[in-house]
Design a protein around this ligand. Structure first.
Ligand SMILES: CC(C)(COP(=O)(O)OP(=O)(O)OC[C@H]1O[C@@H](n2cnc3c(N)ncnc32)[C@H](O)[C@@H]1OP(=O)(O)O)[C@@H](O)C(=O)NCCC(=O)NCCS
Length: 174
């Protein structure tokens, strides 16, 4: 996918490159991040996880996946996963950020930039996410971007041995 760079006030959303692998390991290998994501995002996060993930992203033509670059380093990721069949006008949004940059409003701004861009440029009319019940920071990120909490999937998730409710947030194209 040919991605347009999106500029935020103190970060840039830009495509991943092979050379990001080292910084990906540095910032992603954190249990406080992994515990809020699917098991496909491992902890510890190894160099082999990083290189195979970047390789997979570079060959993916359907999804829109950016690195969040802060001070010249890939410090996080944000992306839209294209759904298929009758769901093909939906995309699932996901993101994470290095703990050293939490609480600065970066992901709130990044979600706004990406969602606006995606509704203009791609066919999607609904962008949604499932948030684990314990993840209040992500719920705030969605609320601050005008997403609506539309459902709670009870005990839909098992993470770290515990069943969790999953909160579904969505935003429709105006
Ligand atoms: C969720 C995450 C991306 C947020 O990134 P961020 O750049 O720090 O987020 P922002 O600074 O833009 O906003 C965070 C908001 O959550 C709030 N927040 C943070 N921790 C919180 C908590 N424990 N309880 C309630 N609110 C919390 C902040 O106060 C802020 O809201 P405010 O502006 O109303 O004060 C980051 O914490 C992260 O990478 N988490 C792990 C991965 C993850 O959860 N991914 C998303 C899965 S759905």
């Amino acid at each position: 996918m040919d991605l347009k760079e999106l500029k935020g006030s103190c970060f840039v959303l830009r495509p991943w490159v092979t050379e990001d692998a080292e910084n990906l390991v540095k910032h992603a290998s954190n249990l406080k991040i992994a515990r809020n994501l699917r098991d496909g995002f491992p902890y510890p996060y190894t160099m082999s996880d990083a290189t195979s993930w970047i390789e997979m992203i570079l060959s993916n033509r359907k999804d829109v996946v950016y690195a969040i670059e802060v001070n010249g380093e890939a410090c996080g990721g944000i992306g839209l996963h294209a759904m298929q069949d009758v769901y093909r006008f939906n995309a699932e949004i996901g993101f994470w950020l290095s703990e050293r940059h939490w609480g600065k409003g970066i992901v709130t701004e990044a979600v706004g930039l990406l969602v606006n861009h995606a509704f203009q440029k791609y066919q999607w009319i609904r962008i949604y996410a499932g948030v684990f019940s314990t993840n209040k920071a992500s719920m705030r990120v969605f609320e601050k971007n005008g997403f609506i909490q539309e459902a709670i999937h009870r005990k839909a998730v098992k993470k770290e041995g515990v069943f969790l409710d999953e909160y579904i947030y969505s935003k429709l194209k105006e």
